[in-house]
Design a binder for this molecule. Sequence first.
Ligand code: SF4
Length: 332
Amino acid sequence: MATTNGTAVTQDEDVILRLTNVKKHFKIGGGMFRGRPLVIHAVDDVSFSIRKGETLGLVGESGCGKTTLGQTIVRLYEPTAGSIVFKGDEIGTLGPKQMRPYRRYIQMIFQDPSASLDPRMTVSSVIAEPLNIAKWGSKKDRNDRVRELLKEVGLNSYFANRYPHEFSGGQRQRIGIARALAMSPELVVCDEPVSALDVSIQAQVLNLMTQLQAQYNLTYLFIAHNLAVVAHIADRIGVMYLGKLVEIADARTVTENPKHPYTKALISAIPIASPGRVRDRIILQGDVPSPANPPSGCRFHPRCPIAQPNCAIEEPLLEEKEVNHYVACHYA
Ligand code: SF4
């Protein structure tokens, strides 16, 4: 991995996705008589790359921009600036029609399976929808594929003609996974795929995702606010704060040797699975500032327990502090 303009970008040939200085800003309001619009800096100058077959976990509090980034990668949003390269092709600037051939290779699993599955469609129609749009095979081929996918995700093919409301939350997420896999994608953006599920079901779905990844050599961008969940499944972890990537390294390094004060605070909130042992909890003061008016210098400085006067003025770049361990902090 090499540092490019203060960003963690891998130059390896097996990179499947490379983001360089990606921004996504939203303009709200404004107009002739209403003054200047408010600009929400949801994602600001984020750069990283993902190798084929790996899982990159992306964590951060609600509102840090991780979901917006995921939706920008699958091009539900148009990036405001920056480059998104998938398998060597720039897709960040493609229009809807030009993007169509790439859609089958980049799929998304959504957070809330109840909301992402159309209640009026049978499970069979939900899973077959991307196949129908792509005019994949004959009708019999598509029916066979639906049954095969149901089996892959641990559901009985007998369920194909039922409706989503007839399933539990975990089963609905399995249907969402089957739909995401229908077109044999290479990259799957998983947006909080287990956070709406009970803890016991979370483990089952995570195990299923790991098994499918090995079976199909899938690459995952796994977005979640729960660092413990991400640490369970990810090879590397990126930490976002207020639209910025503040730390990225392999999962073990981030969880055992975090360098950014924000990552340290997130880690301190994870319970230790050993009776009697507790971590020294770091309680951050104040709320996450508004992305419409992010703090100057280091965006974390109003809440940082070790902030120095220059932190409010100079923005820290994401730099390689140790081999393959990138941190955006003047004092890491
Ligand atoms: S740059 Fe300063 S404010 Fe930002 S995380 Fe580092 S010490 Fe804290």
